[in-house]
Design a binder for this molecule. Structure first.
Ligand code: FAD
Length: 445
């Protein structure tokens, strides 16, 4: 059997590797001149940084296995010494970095937040991540935005603000953009909201020494990957498929794996055309909006102030930060996320206005020392032709119930893979890896 895999992100590479191990002849066609897709290595102050996907955490079992198998090492996210800064409106509170996801706000706001988290958690546990549309109240949950739920269920301004900041950090979209059912699905697919937000014992626990892109690069080393080969079209019938690149190179195979985010899958030409519902699905799954910004300093000076570099704030442009200094702390590196609606406004500013906005945010959180970085780097993922947004696709109201059942099944000889298709750890590297392997099993089966 011969299979063409489109896309050398983690999902495509894992699908290709599993198929090749089973004796299938595989070629991977990658549009960019590099592998990794949403994983990309960068550099600041002579040290590696991750411009895209970064952390592995609690429950990301396949990723930890891969990292070990590929001879890579991990190190802990800086979290132990120092406090997280939470700034909601004019309230500024600090919490111990090892304490978990709920900040010590005033008792009323804290009680509100706790009941909100509990209510959300109990709703989320009722959603089957394999079939969110099968929930008995799926239509009710999918006919409202997450913002509607936040307004109805959180009583205090601080409680609402915290949920909104968390939504932007987790989805790179605003609470008003996404369906309540999607928020519930995503939380349960990734265990729960607390796991998604936490560092120790959560999704931000560990990093790969040298950068997460090394996982993709090492996976690719045993495969036939054709770089700079953007696919334009797929012709398919009962006998096979022909995949053609923009340059006109044609690859015949028995099956094709489209390992692209759904919206980019919708930009390929299909002959015959996709069924109406499958094409419409690709039209209703927009990518989130996120930019990663980095500032380097001679030392991680915030640690001396008793801060661990983590911030959650409801005023932008940077609302969430992390300390992503190299493992030895030789220099200090702050990472700032610009996300959702905030990112849509910020990305239209001039280069100097964007940089100033980011540095002003860092100064607001960490004081004047943050005003004079030795280097600055930013990466806007929606500007990338072969991603057009990140971290991944989000589902607006009506999409899970209208199209959920046609997301994963193949169309004839066309199979789908990617972080967006994962039942478990949807949206994360772990989900991409699992989805790639699941698609390989689907083909082999
Ligand atoms: C800023 C950011 C931060 C993130 N943080 C984390 C994190 O900390 N932890 C975590 O687990 N996950 C994180 N993620 C998510 C994670 O990176 C992704 O879920 C995962 O990498 C997706 O892999 P994939 O293979 O599904 O898709 P992709 O990596 O998008 O792979 C798709 C591939 O297809 C290629 N392609 C596109 N169009 C074509 C075409 N026409 N022809 C051929 N090839 C094409 C692309 O170039 C790409 O290589 C983050 C993502 C971003 C962007």
């Amino acid at each position: 059997m011969k299979v063409v895999v489109i896309g050398a992100g983690l999902a495509g590479l894992c699908a290709a590797r599993d198929l090749q191990r089973a004796g299938v002849e595989v070629v991977v066609l990658e549009a960019r001149d590099r592998v990794g897709g949403r994983l990309e290595g960068g550099e600041i102050g002579g040290h590696p940084i991750e411009l895209g996907g970064t952390w592995v955490g609690e429950g990301h079992a396949r990723m930890y296995e891969l990292i070990e198998e590929l001879g890579l090492q991990i190190f802990r996210t800086w979290n132990d010494a120092g406090q997280v800064l939470i700034q909601l409106g004019d309230k500024r509170v600090l919490l111990d970095g090892t304490q978990g996801a709920i900040p010590r706000l005033n008792p009323i706001a804290l009680a509100d937040l706790a009941q909100g988290m509990a209510r959300f958690g109990s709703l989320a546990r009722g959603v089957d991540p394999a079939e969110p549309w099968s929930h008995p109240k799926a239509h009710h949950l999918d006919s409202q935005t997450f913002e509607t739920w936040v307004r109805r269920n959180l009583r205090t301004a601080a409680g609402r603000a915290y949920f909104r900041v968390a939504t932007e950090a987790i989805f790179a979209a605003d609470a008003a953009d996404i369906s309540l059912l999607h928020a519930l699905f995503y939380a349960t697919s990734n265990t729960d909201l607390e796991t998604l937000m936490a560092v120790d014992g959560g999704a931000q626990q560990d990093r790969v020494v040298g950068g997460s892109v090394l996982v993709a690069q090492r996976l690719a080393s045993g495969l036939e990957v054709r770089l700079s080969s953007p696919v334009a079209s797929i012709a398919h019938d009962d006998t096979g498929v022909t995949v053609t690149t923009r340059d006109g190179d044609a690859f015949a195979a028995d099956r094709v794996v489209v390992a692209l985010p759904p919206t980019l899958a919708g930009r390929l030409t299909y002959d015959p055309v996709l069924p109406a519902w499958r094409d419409q699905l690709t039209q209703v799954l927009p990518a989130g909006t996120v930019a990663k910004t980095f500032a380097a300093y001679p030392t991680p000076f915030w640690r001396e102030q008793g801060l661990n570099g983590q911030v959650a704030c409801d005023t932008g442009p940077v609302k969430v930060t992390f300390d992503v200094s190299p493992p030895d702390g030789e220099i200090g590196v702050l990472l700032g996320f610009v996300e959702g609606g905030e990112a849509r406004r910020w990305q239209r500013l001039s280069d100097s206005e964007r940089r100033q906005g980011v540095i002003d945010s860092f100064v607001r959180y960490f004081g004047p020392a943050a005003g004079d970085p030795t280097a600055y780097v930013e990466k806007d993922w929606s500007a990338e032709e072969f991603s057009r947004g990140c971290y991944g696709a989000y589902f607006a109201p009506g999409v899970w119930t209208g199209y959920g059942d046609v997301l994963r099944p193949p169309i004839g000889r066309i199979h789908w893979a990617g972080a967006e298709y994962a039942v478990e750890w949807n949206g994360y590297m772990e989900g991409a890896v699992r989805s790639g392997s699941a698609t390989a099993r689907e083909i082999l089966g």
